[in-house]
Design a protein around this ligand. Structure first.
Ligand code: SF4
Length: 262
């Protein structure tokens, strides 16, 4: 067995039969830890690297467990027939998989050795060298661009966006396929002007022809209570379908294929 099959990392979930995070039917591996703190994050239990206890339906749930690459790939390989028929595979999500980049590298390499299609969801917030090492083993990069204005990005995520935008340019030049994703968040980036700025930037990236707009939802709200945290989005409503269609048309005006949802 290759050495990297014994590399261990920390995950908080594995979700099978996903059709939203990359092509075909996929198994999503959720890695723990993220350097951002997006106000709308629907997986707040992903943010801390530490193993946590979260109250769920009145019961304590341990969030996070340490696993080896071999253990994860054994689960992922259970659905090989579905991947073959649908063009699916494994997606690394989080949290931010770049916070455990050695583990992510080993998982991606192991998957490719078993001829499994690979995708990652990322904010791209890491030194580029970490990303560059992973790219040969990734078929599709799904990268969030949340806002073009750095001050606003920082106000809502705790981090500025310069590194993210610089990395997007480099990833576009070197990735097999890059799709830009935008969480559409009322009070943050849901105006036509803000979406146009992101779409304009995306349209300048080499090889990028698709952008996905992901409408805000509050499904993660109870998890904040379960972690003893305040949900900072309050009663913010979801963007209406009509508004999402308007934003889609805005993005399409930059000659991008635009999908609502992943
Ligand atoms: S980057 Fe993703 S995982 Fe990290 S805080 Fe933001 S929404 Fe949550």
């Amino acid at each position: 067995m290759s050495d990297y099959m014994n590399v261990s990392g920390r995950i908080f979930d594995v979700q099978k039969f996903s059709v939203h995070d990359g092509p075909g039917i996929r198994t999503i591996v959720f890695l723990k830890g993220c350097a951002l703190r997006c106000r709308w994050c629907c997986n707040p239990e992903s943010q801390e690297f530490e193993i946590q206890t979260m109250l769920q339906n009145g019961k304590e749930k341990i969030v996070g467990r340490d696993v080896t690459v071999s253990e994860v790939l054994d689960i992922v390989k259970q659905d090989m027939p579905y991947y073959r028929r649908s063009g699916g595979g494994m997606t690394l999500s989080g949290g931010e998989m770049l916070c455990q980049s050695d583990f992510a590298y080993a998982l991606l390499r192991g998957a490719k050795e078993s001829a499994i299609n690979t995708a990652v969801e990322t904010t791209g917030f890491a030194p580029y060298e970490k990303i560059e090492k992973l790219l040969p083993y990734i078929d599709t990069v799904l990268m969030d661009i949340k806002h073009i204005d750095s001050a606003k990005h920082k106000a809502f995520t705790t981090q500025s966006n310069e590194r993210i935008l610089e990395n997007a340019v480099k990833i576009a030049e070197n990735a097999k396929k890059l799709i830009i994703r935008v969480p559409v968040i009322p009070t943050f980036n849901d105006t036509e002007v803000e979406i146009a700025a992101i779409a304009r930037f995306a349209s300048t990236l080499k090889g990028v022809d698709e952008i996905n707009l992901l409408p805000y939802h509050n499904y993660g709200r109870d998890k904040y209570t379960g972690l003893g945290r305040e949900y900072l989005m309050g009663d913010t409503p979801r963007p209406t379908d009509e508004h999402m269609q308007k934003l889609k048309a805005t993005a399409e005006s930059f000659k991008l294929v635009c999908k609502i949802g992943g």
